[in-house]
Write a protein that binds this ligand. Structure first.
Ligand code: TPP
Ligand code: SF4
Length: 337
C-alpha cells in the first residue's frame, strides 16, 4: 500500500517545508508525485522548473529529480532552452499566477503559440502571495488586497481561456479540492505531446483570509477555502445536482439564515463570487421571487451563477515545436550532403 511516507521517501528531499500550514502547495506537490509514480516515470528524466514566489518552492529544492529555480517570470524561457537542447526530458514548470500570468505572461502565450512540449502547472492563489498578497492579474474585481484596500478596480484574466486562445494543445483547470481530477490531469498533460497547461485554484490561507474576508482562527481556514472552491466551481460535461439556490444577505448572514427558516434545508457557506451566503437545498429557482421579498435577503442566485468552470478545455494533436525543429535539422543536413 502506497502511503504518504512512500511518496516522501522516494521523491522528496528531507528538509523543512517553506510553506505556511495549510498551503495548497503541498497538495499540488502530492498530486504531481502521485502522477509521475502512477506513470512509472524515472525521476532522473524529469526536469522541474520554477520562477520566484511561494509556488516556485513546490518542486525546488524538495523534488529529488532535477530542479531549476530561475528568476521571476522566466521559468518558461529557461525551460524552453532546456527542452530544445534535450527534447527527451519531461519538463514541468511550476509557476504562480503573478509569475506566469503577470511578469512572465508574454513567455506563457508565446510558448503556447509555439506548442513546445512543456507542462505548465499554474498555481492560481489569486494574489502575489510571497510578497504580502498584492493584486495579481488573476485577483477578482472588487477584492481587498494590501494594494487595493478599497477593492480591486481591475478585472482578472481568464488565464485558461487566454492560453487556449494562444494555441496550447492541452488545457485543463482544477482546484486543490479536486485532487483526483488534478492528478489525472497532470498524468494526461505529461503524456500529451505539445504545450500542456493546467491552471490550479489553490488555497493560501495567509493572504486569502483578507481577500475573501474570512473570519475565524487561521487553522480553520484551509478546509473552509477548499469547501469554498467546491462551492464556487462547476465541472464541464459532468452531471451534477444543481437543485439549490443561494440567498445573498442584505446585512448579516446569520439574520438571513433566520429569515429563511422553514423554507428548506439551509446552511451558511463561503462562495468566491458572493462571500458568505445561505445555501437552500432543494429550493426551486422558479420560486426565487418569494425568497427575495424576505427581509435579510438582498439577492437570490441560482446554482450556476458566478461559478468558475473546471475541467478539460482543449486537447488536440497539432505539430509540436521540438519535433518540427528536429525535422528541419534533418532536412538541412540532408540538403548539405
Ligand atoms: C524581477 C522581480 N520583480 C519582483 C520580484 C518580487 N517578487 C518575488 S515573488 C513575487 C510575487 C510572486 O507571486 P506569484 O507568482 O503569484 O507566486 P505566489 O507567491 O503567489 O505563489 C514578487 C513580485 C522579484 N523577485 N523579481
Ligand atoms: S503565503 Fe500563501 S501561498 Fe505562500 S506559503 Fe503561505 S499559504 Fe502558501
Amino acid at each position: 500500500m502506497k502511503n504518504l511516507f512512500y511518496y516522501r521517501d522516494k521523491y522528496v528531499r528531507s528538509q523543512p517545508t517553506a510553506f505556511c500550514p495549510g498551503c495548497g502547495g503541498g497538495i499540488i506537490l502530492n498530486c504531481f508525485l502521485r502522477a509521475i509514480d502512477d506513470l512509472g516515470l524515472d525521476q532522473d528524466k524529469i526536469l522541474a522548473v520554477s520562477g520566484i514566489g511561494c509556488t516556485a518552492w513546490i518542486p525546488s529544492p524538495s523534488f529529488k529529480g532535477d530542479t531549476l529555480h530561475t528568476t521571476h517570470g522566466r521559468a518558461i524561457a529557461f525551460a524552453t532552452g532546456a527542452k530544445a537542447y534535450n527534447p527527451d526530458l519531461t519538463t514541468v514548470i511550476f509557476t504562480g499566477d503573478g509569475d506566469g500570468a503577470g511578469i512572465g505572461g508574454n513567455h506563457l502565450i508565446h510558448a503556447a503559440r509555439r506548442n513546445i512540449d512543456l507542462k505548465v502547472i499554474l498555481v492560481n492563489n489569486m494574489s502575489y502571495a510571497m510578497t504580502g498578497g498584492q493584486i495579481a492579474p488573476t485577483t477578482m474585481h472588487g477584492e481587498t488586497t494590501v494594494t487595493s484596500p478599497y477593492g480591486n478596480p481591475e478585472f482578472p484574466f481568464d488565464i485558461t481561456q487566454l492560453v487556449k486562445a494562444a494555441g496550447a494543445s492541452y488545457v485543463a483547470k482544477w482546484s486543490t479540492y479536486h485532487v483526483i481530477e488534478l492528478t489525472n490531469a497532470i498524468k494526461e498533460a505529461i503524456q500529451h505531446k505539445g504545450f500542456s497547461f493546467i491552471e490550479v485554484l489553490s488555497q493560501c490561507p495567509t493572504q486569502q483570509r483578507r481577500i475573501f474576508n474570512l473570519k475565524g482562527p487561521l487553522d480553520s481556514l484551509p478546509p473552509r477555502i477548499l469547501d469554498m472552491f467546491m462551492e464556487s466551481t462547476v465541472i464541464r460535461n459532468r452531471a451534477q445536482k444543481m437543485d439549490y439556490v443561494y440567498a445573498v444577505p442584505s446585512k448579516n448572514v446569520n439574520d438571513t439564515l433566520k429569515s429563511v427558516q422553514g423554507m428548506g434545508e439551509a446552511s451558511i457557506v463561503d462562495h468566491m463570487g458572493f462571500g458568505q451566503v445561505v445555501k437552500l437545498m432543494g429550493y426551486p429557482d422558479s420560486l426565487r421571487s418569494r425568497l427575495e421579498k424576505l427581509e435579510g435577503v438582498k439577492y437570490v442566485a441560482n446554482s450556476v451563477e458566478s461559478k468558475i468552470e473546471l475541467g478539460l478545455f482543449e486537447k488536440n494533436n497539432r505539430p509540436e515545436l521540438t519535433d518540427s525543429l528536429r525535422d528541419i535539422i534533418r532536412r538541412a543536413q540532408e540538403a548539405e550532403q
